[in-house]
Write a protein that binds this ligand. Structure first.
Ligand SMILES: *Cc1c(COP(=O)(O)O)cnc(C)c1O
Length: 258
């Protein structure tokens, strides 16, 4: 077998294992597994391996850095995949993010949302009519180390965003609190789902998507209603070195036993 074929084979295996766990979690709560999207978190994963992942059936990629993703997307032109931004977005990278990603999951301020709306509106090219699908990142646990909107601010923010045509709020996203066991993450997922249900019941312009759960707790997230789980290490193995982002701080702290 060539190295490429071996990589595809391995990724078929890890993908099947994760999908089986998602299916089992769905079965426990009577959900349809097709209602859950597996986002393969590919930060630090090389383009060649991402191509193998796509061949193995992983067609939704999550990346947390605009520059890294932009380079990889250019290298993977021709690979049929949908790209989600799952890391913090600085205003000055918004244009590049729009050129790189299909979905921006990390809208954490009204200013950022307005900037994206303006960029989409001003785009003179083929994307004149484009509406950017976004999720609002919510800091459910009011963790000072995390970005995200405070739950109490969501309703007002959604009211403001309802008037913007350049973006469409498909749902909510959260990065779970640091916990020792998957079950301790449950409260965060329950809270995000409750927020979404209450806002939607009140008529907010908010779609039903709930992006929550990572390698350590995605099954619990699925039990509590996740429509997308963001899984890196369970598919690709440990990342080579601590990657400077919220999720790896969380993992690192968990490993250190805090
Ligand atoms: C890295 C990352 C993930 C995936 O984490 P794993 O523990 O590797 O599954 C999910 N969400 C965000 C926001 C991340 O940065």
């Amino acid at each position: 077998m060539t190295a490429d074929a071996r990589a595809v084979d391995l990724l078929r295996g890890t993908r099947s294992a994760v999908l089986a766990r998602i299916e089992a979690a769905c079965a426990r709560v009577g959900r349809d597994p097709s209602s859950v999207t597996l986002i393969a978190v590919t930060k630090t994963v090389a383009p060649e391996r991402m191509a193998a992942a796509a061949t193995a059936g992983l067609r939704t990629f999550g990346e947390n850095r605009v520059q890294e993703a932009s380079v990889k997307r250019a290298a993977l032109v021709g690979v049929d995949a949908t790209w989600h931004l799952i890391g913090p977005l600085q205003s000055n990278k918004a244009r590049k993010a729009l050129d790189t990603f299909d979905v921006i999951e990390t809208i954490d301020s009204l200013d950022l949302a307005r900037r994206i709306d303006r960029l989409v509106a001003d785009d003179p090219g083929a994307r004149l009519d484009r509406t950017c699908p976004v999720l609002l990142q919510v800091n459910v646990d009011a963790d000072p180390a995390k970005s995200g909107l405070a739950p109490v601010d969501l309703e007002a923010v959604l009211d403001e965003l309802a008037g913007l045509r350049g973006l469409r709020v498909d749902g909510l996203m959260t990065v779970g609190r640091l916990v020792a066991t998957p079950d301790e993450a449950r409260a965060t997922f329950v809270a995000l789902r409750g927020l979404s249900e209450r806002l939607r019941a009140r008529g907010a312009a908010l779609g039903p998507a709930l992006s929550m759960g990572m390698s350590d707790d995605y099954e619990v997230a699925v039990e509590e209603g996740a429509t997308a789980v963001r899984v890196g290490r369970a598919l690709f193995g440990e990342r080579p070195h601590a990657h400077d982002d919220e999720a790896s701080h969380r993992h690192q702290a968990a490993t250190d036993g805090h």
